[in-house]
Ligand binder design. Structure first.
Ligand SMILES: *[C@@H]1O[C@H](CO)[C@@H](O)[C@H](O)[C@H]1NC(C)=O
Ligand SMILES: *[C@@H]1O[C@H](CO)[C@@H](O)[C@H](O)[C@H]1NC(C)=O
Ligand SMILES: *[C@@H]1O[C@H](CO)[C@@H](O)[C@H](O)[C@H]1NC(C)=O
Ligand SMILES: *[C@@H]1O[C@H](CO)[C@@H](O)[C@H](O)[C@H]1NC(C)=O
Ligand SMILES: *[C@@H]1O[C@H](CO)[C@@H](O)[C@H](O)[C@H]1NC(C)=O
Ligand SMILES: *[C@@H]1O[C@H](CO)[C@@H](O)[C@H](O)[C@H]1NC(C)=O
Ligand SMILES: *[C@@H]1O[C@H](CO)[C@@H](O)[C@H](O)[C@H]1NC(C)=O
Ligand SMILES: *[C@@H]1O[C@H](CO)[C@@H](O)[C@H](O)[C@H]1NC(C)=O
Length: 456
């Protein structure tokens, strides 16, 4: 029944003159929903957060899956999940995994009896919960408790933070009310603003819009500068790995001639920030240096204006469009298209997208070793190939060396890099942040030590 209807529609489409742009595939990357504050640990997705990610996911059903959408991904199964067409990834972390499930429920909602199966004895069985659909969620990193950890560093006393003292007492000792904790402080007060009544949050009225905006912009600038710094590629390692993954997923859509269609990844604002920096999104809007709201999503659409219904064979017919929506998508709002890489056009040809993304992406372990400045483990074994990478890394970090202790920490990461080489997405949405800091101890003076931290 359904199939004859679909092929009827396909036939009608192939007869009509093609005017509209065709969507061939997409890569969606979303931030988790509302959660409990980081400062108390054991962070969990709240019911509000579940609703947020579900609503955002439902928007993408309306846009890319639904039969009556003009942006439907060509040939995608419109009701029943086809596992060959969709791939989803989230790190093994409570808030991100639950966000992924909530989001996917919106992308492919329960189908009732449509997908019911007939047994040998003639009786029909439908899935529980009204035909609930299961989408495989792949694990993109081994990091655990990422939403619990804070990854901030640097320290300078912050007047604005200490004036918040009455609101923070009990949760933060005053020695922690510093700029380095700008995000954790913002996070704690933001959760209180959303969840606590005035009796649970006695100083709530002190958190005026003005104070709130100062806090969010302090936290934003602190976190953005940690996640991305144009002169320090290692800092944006999360974004670089994600960029490689996005390019490779869209490339799979092309090389499989559209068998694989939709990819969905989940992660933290840190990963999103470092990708924004690498894509030069702040050139499109300074808003990209602010912390994206819960359940924000960005999408890379693979589109064409080539006529016909076949998958275009000429790569010059393909383009990529970047879109972003800040926070939950509800009530008819839509993501906005922004030009990538400081261009003026919102569309980037596939070939340009590949050449620019190859420049920023980390797509194999040699590159990972070069960016991270590693010389042992996996990186040592490919010494001949990595010697040029090493000097590249040395020049990009100003000739910095690395202490033995740091090398030890990095060694553990290298084990991961081996797997990364086999499967780049292992590391993808991950909980690992590499930040560089200059130590002024005599033996490492003027040398930069690379520090690996877990975060989300
Ligand atoms: C799309 O189809 C669904 C049912 O298949 C219907 O409820 C909905 O109103 C339609 N939307 C538009 C924009 O036509
Ligand atoms: C058919 O088989 C299923 C599974 O073995 C069983 O649960 C069901 O009761 C059977 N139906 C009939 C009518 O025998
Ligand atoms: C909000 O309420 C919770 C539970 O009562 C409390 O632990 C937390 O400190 C409150 N937040 C603020 C900002 O007061
Ligand atoms: C970026 O890194 C360079 C070199 O490490 C440093 O001098 C500069 O202050 C950093 N910029 C920001 C905004 O942190
Ligand atoms: C796309 O995939 C093909 C086949 O696996 C490969 O040869 C090509 O290098 C890939 N291109 C990019 C940009 O990843
Ligand atoms: C930046 O954010 C403001 C406030 O949300 C909005 O009005 C403005 O249009 C945004 N700018 C761009 C270029 O998206
Ligand atoms: C998203 O909204 C927050 C405020 O809620 C703002 O700080 C940030 O700049 C916005 N980001 C973008 C890309 O619009
Ligand atoms: C397709 O054509 C429309 C109308 O001219 C244009 O707005 C759109 O950007 C084009 N898309 C691509 C992928 O070239």
């Amino acid at each position: 029944m359904r199939y004859s209807l679909q092929s009827g529609l396909l036939l009608a489409a192939s007869l009509a003159p093609v005017e509209a742009e065709r969507v061939l595939g997409a890569y969606i990357f979303a931030r988790h929903g509302d959660r409990t504050p980081k400062v108390f640990g054991s962070t969990t997705l709240t019911d509000l957060g579940y609703r947020e990610v579900f609503d955002s996911g439902s928007f993408y059903n309306d846009r890319y899956i639904s039969d009556n959408s003009s942006k439907q991904i060509e040939g995608i199964s419109s009701e029943v999940v086809n596992p060959k067409q969709i791939t989803a990834y989230a790190p093994a972390e409570n808030v991100l995994q639950n966000s992924a499930f909530g989001f996917l429920q919106g992308v492919y909602p329960p189908v009732g009896k449509v997908a019911s199966q007939t047994l040998g004895n003639g009786s029909s069985v439908e899935a529980p919960l009204g035909g609930y659909q299961l989408v495989l969620l792949k694990e993109s990193t081994t990091s655990k408790d990422a939403e619990d950890s804070t990854w901030l560093q640097g320290s300078s006393g912050c007047q604005k933070a200490t004036s918040l003292e009455p609101m923070l007492s009990g949760a933060f000792p005053s020695s922690d009310m510093t700029f380095k904790n700008a995000y954790t402080i913002f996070d704690y007060l933001n959760v209180g603003k959303i969840h606590n009544s005035s009796s649970e949050f006695p100083h709530k009225s002190d958190l005026t819009d003005d104070v709130y905006h100062q806090l969010i912009s302090l936290a934003g600038s602190h976190e953005y500068n940690l996640a991305y710094n144009a002169s320090d590629k290692a800092r944006a390692i999360d974004g670089a790995v994600l960029a490689g993954e996005i390019m490779s997923a869209l490339n799979d859509t092309i090389t499989s001639k559209g068998k694989s269609k939709l990819n969905i990844g989940f992660g933290s604002y840190g990963t999103i920030f470092s990708l924004f920096g690498l894509l030069q999104m702040p050139a499109a809007s300074v808003n990209f240096t602010g912390i994206p709201d819960y359940a924000s999503s960005m999408v890379f659409e693979l589109v064409t204006n080539a006529s016909g219904t076949d998958f275009p064979t000429d790569k010059s017919d393909l383009s990529v469009r970047f879109m972003f929506h800040n926070g939950t998508i509800t009530g008819g709002s839509e993501p906005t298209a922004y030009p990538m890489y400081g261009q003026s056009s919102e569309l980037l040809s596939w070939n340009d997208f590949v050449s620019k993304t190859t420049d920023i992406a980390v797509i194999n372990d040699d590159e990972w070793c070069a960016v991270c400045g590693n010389t042992d483990g996996k990186c040592a074994s490919s010494d001949s190939t990595s010697s040029s990478s090493d000097s590249a890394s040395a020049s990009s970090t100003g000739g910095s060396g690395m202490s033995r202790a740091v090398a030890g920490v990095i060694g553990a990461m290298v084990t991961l890099a081996v797997i990364l080489g086999l499967q780049a997405l292992f590391f993808l949405l991950g909980g690992f942040r590499i930040a560089k800091r200059v130590k002024n101890t005599p033996e490492t003076s003027a040398s930069a030590a690379t520090e690996v931290e877990k975060k989300a």
